[in-house]
Write a protein that binds this ligand. Sequence first.
Ligand code: NAD
Length: 375
Amino acid sequence: MSLIGIVAEPDGETRVAGTPDTVAKLIALGYDVVVEHGAGAESAFPDAAYETAGAMLGARDQAWGADIVFTITPPTAAEIALLRDGATLVGMLSPALKPELTASLATRGITALSMDAVPRISRAQSMDVLSSMANISGYRAVVEAANEFGRFFTGQVTAAGKVPPAKVLVAGAGVAGLAAIGAASSLGAVVRATDPRPEVADQVASIGGEYLPVDVEVAASTDGYAKATSAAYDQRAAEIYSEQAADVDIIITTALIPGRPAPKLITAADVANMKPGSVIVDMAAAQGGNVAGTVAGQRTVTANGVVILGYTDLAGRLPAQASQLYGTNVLNLMKLLTPGKDGELVLDFDDVVQRSATVVRDGAVTWPPPPVQVS
Ligand code: NAD
């Protein structure tokens, strides 16, 4: 029977990789669990709740010294040194962006699984942390925008006069964009959305948004993700963004193309044409931003009184929710890795999900994995 350690995250990371609920389910899978003191403090999971769920509480070196260690933040060199030989590390290791981390993990005789390397196929959706965090971030982007905006989102007829609904534009209708559209329309706003993948039009409409087609043909996607758009597409889209910027109160941008910097969609002139008091949330800030003037991690106010939010920690701003979904994604991976339900981790490299997520195996780098057929 193996011991799982759930570590306390560093300052600035509000989430935790396991909750009392997921701990109880890990114990039911046959594991023992040690939780570092205070690990859930910022996400409203007190130590006592973990104990009630059946976990032991432990010091930092006990959690990092377990057989299987759960983290969110990539480990530091000092934390890697605390791992025991033969341990398994499960975290957000960003192997494509941090090859030096993967290499340093491989200097130890350990196995490392990266939650953000779980393939984005239907069968692995229950383990897909990128989707679960994008969903939370899209919702939170609307909450941040509503907090900054000095008016209602919903329209009202009051004794003191008629109030029009806020108008919201969401650029990019993937996981985060759809969450933002749903949240903004449920607050009563008029919501419009763009995306180069025309197949999202029905999804946008089903949650109360209006899809704005660009009407310039785009190369069909082979894997469900957007490809870089053509100059003709970008030119027509730019006209739409200029028209919309002058009209809407809120813009939320989520546009990303895998493996490339974020596309620039909203120009400085578009921002200058927005009404004072308008709000932009640039959810692509960490990848370079979709909006001219975004500063990653910062709130800025333009000369014409437009607030631009470049926050890169939107999921962490709902820490209890984010920990619950991240923890459940990790639990679902552990169910796959524990076929005997006996607290023994068995890694099956013939399984595409396990193969893809494994970036180091027994001290050898196994990233990148063979390409995965999208389903
Ligand atoms: P993403 O985060 O890579 O991109 C966000 C959005 O930006 C996408 O909708 C993309 O089309 C859009 N975009 C790209 N260029 C743009 C531009 N120039 N202008 C406006 N928008 C632009 O994508 P994502 O949200 O992770 O996922 C996209 C899609 O992939 C999902 O809608 C879904 O269909 C599919 N997906 C499937 C799974 C799964 O099966 N497990 C998981 C995740 C995503």
